[in-house]
Design a protein around this ligand. Structure first.
Ligand code: NAP
Ligand code: F7E
Length: 356
């Protein structure tokens, strides 16, 4: 379907931000954040056989006439260069990625093409077209992988544990390299896990909260999970997109960690999420025989599926965002309890509506 938004005229502009990955969780929240600050957005999506703008619709920005949707697969260097040349944005936020760690083990070459080469094509386009364009690269806490210190900041050495993390490490360093070699204003946000009601269903928090809602509504009986012992530092996506923007408003481009400074196991996130729907879970057993039991009914509602274990796991992550706090005045504002609550409430309502 064609969108009927007219192409922006240069003289009308305040600031133009080009966002890749506009159909993803962060792309949608960032677009909303920037539209609220009077930006015009060039939102890049890749064409698929079915429309994929539900997050923009959920945030009620799909029909905003300051949002222009542009068809761009970031693995096409010619198309990347053309889009940069045509729209001459002031800021580029490269959020597009094959972002699911599990899938990166199945599709390592695709993951590298999108996650490593995509940002390189943008950096080259900026170098050639206009070095004043500011660039944000979505780096990740997954780069710390097998952690080299108990909490991780901008100086902690990396030890990636998946093709996803390795692909992101290339993108991270090539971004630093274009900053140092050519003076491009290129910032890397090393973001720890951040979630929301608009999170993709394959990620563990959303998988859990949507299962909570389905179990509560009586349309699912069992939730199968993998490694319950992994610990993540989980924040709220809407807080984190503000940090991305702040990085591009800073005096100079740098790397910044965004995190809450607290972490939790998958097991405890599941307990929290079920509790939000009034279901108390008790875990018993060990390893793949561990189960989660509804203390009221005695039903086993969580089981382990070994197929969900990863070839190499990131056991624990805990971020230290002191630098972002001091230099950008950025802080994670949402607790894990608030996050679980907002996600469960959203899923209870939307799944409830869908089965009416
Ligand atoms: P997401 O929901 O999976 O969104 C990824 C986006 O990238 C989607 O819009 C996707 O389009 C798009 N995309 C994938 N391949 C593409 C290609 N070849 N060309 C153009 N677009 C493509 O991810 P997210 O959670 O919003 O994360 C945003 C970025 O931050 C990603 O780079 C991710 O790796 C990184 N990151 C995320 C987290 C986190 O916890 N969320 C933490 C650290 C870093 P489709 O809709 O068509 O698939
Ligand atoms: O897994 C464990 C799993 O897929 C978290 C991406 O946004 O954040 C995300 O990557 C943990 C892992 O996120 C299931 O083994 C247990 O230890 O929700 P996840 P992730 O791998 O941390 C980083 C920062 C990114 O950059 C990525 O783009 O949960 N786990 N059972 C499970 N995970 C999933 N997905 N499904 C399970 O059933």
């Amino acid at each position: 379907m064609e969108t009927n938004y007219s192409t922006f005229r240069k003289e009308e502009l305040k600031k133009i931000a080009l966002i890749t990955g506009i159909t993803g969780q962060d792309g949608a929240y960032l677009a909303k954040f920037l539209l609220d600050r009077n930006y015009r957005i060039v939102g890049c999506y890749r064409r698929s056989s079915t429309l994929n703008f539900w997050r923009l619709q959920e945030l009620m920005i799909y029909e905003n006439n300051c949002l222009e949707l542009v068809d761009l697969d970031i693995t096409d260097p010619v198309a990347v260069s053309n889009v940069v040349r045509k729209h001459k944005p002031h800021e580029i936020y490269n959020l597009a990625a094959q972002s699911f760690v599990t899938s990166s083990f199945e599709n390592p070459v695709l993951t590298a093409n999108i996650n490593s080469l995509g940002p390189l094509y943008f950096l080259e386009a900026i170098r050639i077209v206009d070095k004043n364009i500011r660039f944000y690269q979505a780096s990740t806490s997954e780069m710390y992988g097998l952690i080299q210190s108990s909490s991780q900041d901008e100086n902690t050495p990396f030890y990636p544990r998946s093709p996803y993390a390795v692909s992101k490490l290339y993108a991270h360093w090539i971004t630093v390299n274009y900053r140092e070699s050519y003076g491009v204003f290129a910032a890397c946000g090393i973001l720890f896990n951040h979630e929301s009601p608009l999170r993709g269903e394959e990620f563990v928090t959303k998988k859990i909260t949507s299962a909570v809602a389905r179990i509560k509504h009586g349309i699912q009986t069992t939730l199968f999970l993998g490694n319950l012992n992994a610990r993540r530092d989980w924040g709220y996506a809407a807080d984190y997109v503000e940090g991305m923007w702040k990085m591009l408003q800073a005096e100079k481009p740098e790397n910044y960690v965004l995190a809450t400074g607290k972490n939790e196991t998958i097991r405890n996130f599941a307990k929290l999420a079920f509790k939000e729907a009034g279901i108390e879970i008790k875990f018993q057993g060990a390893k793949e025989n561990e189960v989660g039991i509804d203390t009221q009914t005695g039903d086993t509602i969580i089981r382990i599926d070994k197929k969900l274990y990863r070839p190499a796991e990131v056991d624990v992550l805990l971020g230290n965002s002191t630098k972002a706090n001091n230099e950008l005045n950025w802080k994670a504002r949402t607790s894990i309890q608030e996050l679980a609550k907002v996600m469960v409430e959203y899923d209870l309502q939307s799944i409830g509506q869908s089965i009416k």
